[in-house]
Structures are given as structure tokens and as C-alpha cells.
Ligand binder design. Structure first.
Ligand code: FMN
Length: 193
């Protein structure tokens, strides 16, 4: 074991696996914002979703003002556009967002990224602060849709589904992968979640 000093954040000293999503929010001027997040996950087994944010991010300000956000799970081919959405603002603008085609959300006021395989629309549940300056933004999923090619239909083979529509994975810090190869998890016979 290599002990990691806790005098600084430990997260750059190894790789961990994470999803990579684009969180969408509505700006005060009516335009939309998109920001990549890899610290993002379902919160429990019901329909809640959360992500780590920061009070200085427009995403948090917008979510708190409007009470809503969207989450798009983009395809691996969109990785360059996703990266551009993390750019700093020039005079309050994020021109890179013009390169990411979007469509209106169905239930909340927001947008969904077109080149994605899963879309969530969330109402803000709460913002929890105190994580070294970062926050956890928690939402209730009020609408969800999955691309036909990524939908787990009962007669489809899960391995083939993932192979045909690989999942974008963020290998923090600073790498990504398209995961198309998978195997069934060896659950114990009496496993209950
Ligand atoms: C690959 C990648 C993953 C990121 N993940 C997160 C994250 O999980 N949480 C976070 O607060 N910021 C994350 N960021 C940084 C924000 O996306 C970035 O600060 C963005 O400019 C914020 O935009 P906004 O001010 O429009 O909300 C990530 C950036 C990249 C490139």
C-alpha cells in the first residue's frame, strides 16, 4: 500500500470510474446552460438523482432559482462537445454551447442534449453544502426517457445492448473510455437489494 497524505486532496493519485453527464439549467436571460459532471449518481433506489456542484457555478445558481435541472447521459462520440461545456465564461457567455444540439425538456423548463442515450428531468429537492466548498444538489426525477437502442427490453440480451451502444465513462482524473464490453455480475443466489 502507498499511504496518501491527507494534507491535500487524494483524488489525483489514482483512477476511479465515474459516469459523465451534462447537467442542464435555465439561465436568467432565458438561454440554457450545460455543464459536465462526473460526480453524479442516483440517490437511492427510488427516482432521485444528485450531483456535486459549487456555489460559484451557474448550474447551482440556476437550479436554486428555477427549482429544476436536467441530466443528459451523452454518447462517447460527443466527448469533445462535453469538454467544451466546461469552458470558462467570456463576458458571462459560454459560446461552446452552440456546438451542442439540444431539444426542449418535456416537463421542467430546460433542455435535453440530443446526442445522448438517457435523459432525466428533475425538480430540485435540496442543496447540501459543506463538502470543502462543494455542494450536493439533489433532485426528484419527474420525467425520464431512454433512447430506443439503449432500452432494456425484456427479450434483449444486455451484453449485446451495451456492445451496440457503448457507455461513456469518465476515468477521473482526466481520461475517458467507451465501455462496450461487459459481463453479467455474479450475484449470490439469495441476493436481495
Ligand atoms: C470531465 C469533467 C467533469 C466535471 N465534473 C464536475 C463535477 O462532478 N462537479 C463539479 O462541480 N464540476 C465538475 N466539472 C467542472 C464544471 O463542469 C465546470 O466548472 C463548468 O464550467 C461549470 O459550469 P457552470 O458555471 O455553467 O455551471 C467537471 C468538468 C469536466 C471537464
Amino acid at each position: 500500500m502507498v499511504p496518501l497524505p491527507l494534507s491535500a486532496p487524494i483524488w489525483d493519485a489514482f483512477f476511479t470510474v465515474a459516469p459523465l453527464v451534462l447537467v442542464g439549467t435555465r439561465e436568467e436571460d432565458g438561454s440554457h446552460d450545460l455543464a459536465p459532471k462526473h460526480m453524479a449518481m442516483p440517490l437511492g433506489w427510488q427516482n432521485h438523482f444528485g450531483f456535486v456542484c459549487h456555489p460559484s457555478h451557474a448550474t447551482q445558481r440556476n437550479a436554486e432559482r428555477t427549482g429544476a435541472f436536467t441530466v443528459s447521459f451523452p454518447r462517447p462520440a460527443s466527448v469533445v462537445q462535453i469538454a467544451l461545456a466546461a469552458e470558462g465564461r467570456q463576458g458571462g457567455e459560454k459560446p461552446s454551447l452552440d456546438a451542442i444540439p439540444v431539444s426542449p425538456a418535456n416537463v421542467v423548463d430546460g433542455v435535453l442534449v440530443d446526442d445522448a442515450h438517457l435523459w432525466l428531468e428533475c425538480e430540485l429537492d435540496r442543496v447540501i453544502d459543506g463538502f470543502g466548498g462543494s455542494t450536493l444538489i439533489a433532485g426528484r426525477v419527474v420525467a425520464a426517457a431512454v433512447a430506443e437502442g439503449a432500452h432494456r427490453a425484456s427479450d434483449a440480451d444486455d451484453a449485446e445492448l451495451i456492445a451496440a451502444a457503448p457507455l461513456l465513462t469518465y476515468l477521473a482524473p482526466g481520461r475517458f473510455a467507451a465501455v462496450g464490453e461487459s459481463r453479467s455480475f455474479p450475484f449470490p443466489v439469495d441476493f436481495r437489494r
